[in-house]
Ligand binder design. Structure first.
Ligand code: SF4
Ligand code: FES
Length: 387
C-alpha cells in the first residue's frame, strides 16, 4: 500500500472539494436474497477476494483520521461476515457512528444485542412488501419476510433505533399504505420509500418494475397524507422517481464531493453503482491510502465539479445544484457517463426515455430475472410463485 505520508502525491492539507462525511462499506456481496432490483454490480466480488478483518480495521482507522463521521455497513448482506462484531467494535473505538444496512434474515436477537453492546448506533432493515407471499416472491426467500419482522422487533427490543427501507416499484406500490402501517407497528423512527434505481441488475428488470404515472401520483398523495398524520411518530423519506421527474437528483451530492463507497475487495468508488460504468478504473485501499484516493484517484476526478460537463449542463444555471444528475444513469441510458442525465427534461434523450418507461409500465410484464450470488438467474425457492 502507498502510505499518504511517504507518497509524493499525498494530498495537500485542504482540498478544493471538501472531505467525505459518510462512507458506505460494502463488506461482502454475499446475500441470501435474490432481489430483481439488486444494486450490486453485475460482476460481484467473490468471498475469497474480500478484505480481511485486519484490512477493514485499518480502513476504519483511516476513515476516522480523514474526518469521516458515519459508516454504513452494507452488502450484499453484511451479517454474512462472521467478523461483523469486531468491525462494529473497531468503528466505535475510532469514534465512528455506525449504521447496519441489512435484510435482517440472518440476524438473531443475541447477535443484535452483542452489536448494540459493541456500539452499533442504528439498524436499517429492507422489506420487499408488506404482504408475506409477495415479499417472499420478490426477494426469492421462503421465510424472508417473517425473519425480517422478527429482526425488526428484536432491534427495538435491544434498544436500537430502526429505519424501515421499502424498495417500491410497479408490483408493490399498491401496498404503500400497508407498508406505512407496518413501519409504525414495528416502532420504526423512519421509513425510506425507495423507488428502484434502474442501472446494473435492476435495468434487466425495468419492464417488470417500472411504475405507471398513475401509481406515482397516488403514491405521492399517500405519502403527503401520511406525513401529516404521523408527524412526530414516523419520518417518511420519499422522492419522485427519476423517470417521472423534470430535474435529476443531485446524485451522491455530486460525484466525488462528499461520499464514497468501499467494495468488498477494497475498491474505492464514487458511488455504490459506479462499477456499472465500464472503462473506469478504481483504486484500492490495498494499494493506496484513502486520503490519496479521495484526492488523486482518476475515477473520482473525472466527473468532479463542472468542467467535464457537456451542453446543456455546461451553460445551465442549475449545474451546481444537481451536478448534472447521475453518472450511472447517464451511462446506463445513453452509453456515455459524461452525458446529461436523461432524467433531466433538458436532456435530448429525456422524451425518448420517458416514453419507454410509459410503454414498459403499460405492457404489464411481471416476470423477474432474479439475482443470485452464484451468478445465474436460478429459479427461486419460494412457493406460490406466480411468475
Ligand atoms: Fe441539471 Fe444539467 Fe439539467 Fe441543468 S441541464 S438541470 S445542470 S441536469
Ligand atoms: Fe452512481 Fe448516481 S448512482 S452517480
Amino acid at each position: 500500500m502507498t502510505d499518504a505520508k511517504s507518497d509524493p502525491l499525498a494530498p495537500a492539507k485542504s482540498t478544493p472539494f471538501g472531505l467525505p462525511l459518510s462512507v458506505l462499506a460494502e463488506i461482502t456481496h454475499r446475500c441470501p436474497l435474490q432481489c430483481p432490483y439488486c444494486s450490486n454490480p453485475i460482476e460481484m466480488d467473490r468471498a475469497a477476494s474480500e478484505l480481511s478483518t485486519e484490512e477493514w480495521q485499518r480502513v476504519l482507522h483511516e476513515l476516522a483520521d480523514l474526518g469521516v463521521l458515519q459508516i454504513h455497513f452494507s452488502g450484499g448482506e453484511p451479517t454474512a461476515r462472521t467478523d461483523l462484531l469486531e468491525l462494529v467494535q473497531c468503528a466505535t473505538d475510532v469514534g465512528l457512528y455506525s449504521n447496519l444496512i441489512t435484510s435482517g434474515v440472518l440476524l438473531t436477537k443475541d447477535r443484535l444485542a452483542a452489536l448494540y453492546q459493541a456500539g452499533l448506533s442504528h439498524v436499517q432493515i429492507s422489506f420487499q412488501a408488506s404482504d408475506e407471499t409477495l415479499a417472499n416472491r420478490i426477494g426469492a426467500h421462503r421465510r424472508g419476510h417473517a425473519k425480517k419482522l422478527e429482526a425488526a422487533k428484536w432491534t427495538r427490543e435491544v434498544g436500537l433505533p430502526l429505519t424501515v427501507n421499502a424498495v417500491v416499484h410497479r408490483q408493490n406500490l399498491h401496498e404503500l399504505p400497508d407498508l406505512i402501517d407496518m413501519a409504525v407497528a414495528l416502532d420504526a423512527d423512519r421509513l425510506e420509500v425507495a423507488n428502484v434505481q434502474y442501472y446494473g441488475w435492476a435495468l434487466k428488470n425495468r419492464a417488470a418494475l417500472m411504475p405507471s404515472e398513475a401509481q406515482i401520483e397516488e403514491a405521492t398523495a399517500v405519502v403527503d397524507t401520511a406525513r401529516k398524520r404521523l408527524l412526530g411518530i414516523l419520518e417518511i423519506d420519499y422522492v419522485v422517481p427519476d423517470y417521472y421527474a423534470l430535474r435529476p437528483k443531485k446524485c451522491m451530492g455530486g460525484w466525488g464531493r462528499q461520499f464514497f463507497n468501499i467494495s468488498p475487495a477494497g475498491k474505492v468508488l464514487p458511488c455504490h453503482a459506479a462499477e456499472s460504468i465500464t472503462g473506469l478504473v478504481f483504486d484500492s485501499v490495498r494499494d493506496h491510502s484513502l486520503a490519496w484516493i479521495w484526492e488523486h484517484s482518476p475515477a473520482f476526478n473525472l466527473y468532479r465539479g463542472t468542467d467535464w460537463m457537456p451542453e446543456p449542463c455546461r451553460s445551465c444555471a442549475l449545474r451546481e445544484e444537481d451536478y448534472g444528475g447521475c453518472r450511472c444513469q447517464a451511462f446506463a441510458l445513453t452509453g456515455n457517463a459524461a452525458n446529461t442525465d436523461p432524467a433531466c427534461a433538458l436532456s435530448p434523450q429525456h422524451d425518448e426515455i420517458f416514453q419507454t418507461a410509459r410503454r414498459e409500465a403499460a405492457d404489464g410484464s411481471s416476470r423477474f430475472i432474479y439475482r443470485n450470488f452464484i451468478g445465474g438467474t436460478a429459479e427461486p425457492e419460494v412457493e406460490n410463485n406466480d411468475r
